[in-house]
Each structure stands twice: as C-alpha cells, then as structure tokens.
Design a protein around this ligand. Sequence first.
Ligand code: HEC
Length: 83
Amino acid sequence: MDIDSANLYFAKACAGCHGVDGRTPTTPYYPIIAGQNKAYIYNQLRDLKNGSRTNSMSIVMKGIMSAVSDEEMHIIAAWLAKQ
Ligand code: HEC
C-alpha cells in the first residue's frame, strides 16, 4: 500500500516540485506538503483541481491535477499525511 502510494506520487510528477518526500521542495515557491492532516491535503487537492482555490500559484497545480482522479487524490493525501 505504501509503495503503491509513493509510486503514484512519483508517477504524477509531484516529486518534481514538492520533493521526494513532500517536504523538500525544489524551489522556494513550492510548498512543503507532507505531514499535514489527510483531510486537509485532500481538500486542497480537490479545490486546486476544481478551481475553487485560486491565487497566483494555483494555476500550476490546476494543470497537474487535471490528470489526477478523485480516488488518486485520496491515496496521495493519505500517503503524504504519513511522511
Ligand atoms: C510544477 C510544480 C508542481 C507540481 C508538479 C505539483 N505541485 Fe503541488 N503545488 C505547487 C504550487 C506552486 C503550489 C501552491 C499553489 C497555491 O498556493 O495555490 C502547490 C500546492 C500544493 C498543495 C497545497 C499545499 C497546502 O499546504 O495547502 C498540495 C497538497 C500539493 N500541491 C500537492 C501536489 C501533488 C499531490 C502533486 C502531484 C499530483 C503536485 N502537488 C504537483 C507546485 C506543484
């Protein structure tokens, strides 16, 4: 389960910006996302995907999230919460 979840995180290119563990972002513009509450992470992913979370940086995430399903968001959120 953990290995599959990590693979999903890598397969969707999340590590390219947020780092291999979600806490080592590759630039200062990308947030640390690991270790937060699972429901909080899921809600952010959903809102970034559906466009209800908008600010200067969310457009970056919106494009990425178009390729991530609701089920995958739950899996990734659970994995990130444990990192
Ligand atoms: C091209 C760089 C990039 C990629 C790839 C990327 N992100 Fe992000 N991510 C960002 C940026 C920039 C923000 C800040 C957006 C904002 O402030 O609205 C962000 C915000 C987030 C947040 C909200 C953090 C918070 O504390 O509210 C989460 C969760 C997140 N990303 C998860 C992911 C996941 C999961 C993936 C892979 C499916 C991913 N990101 C791929 C750049 C990226």
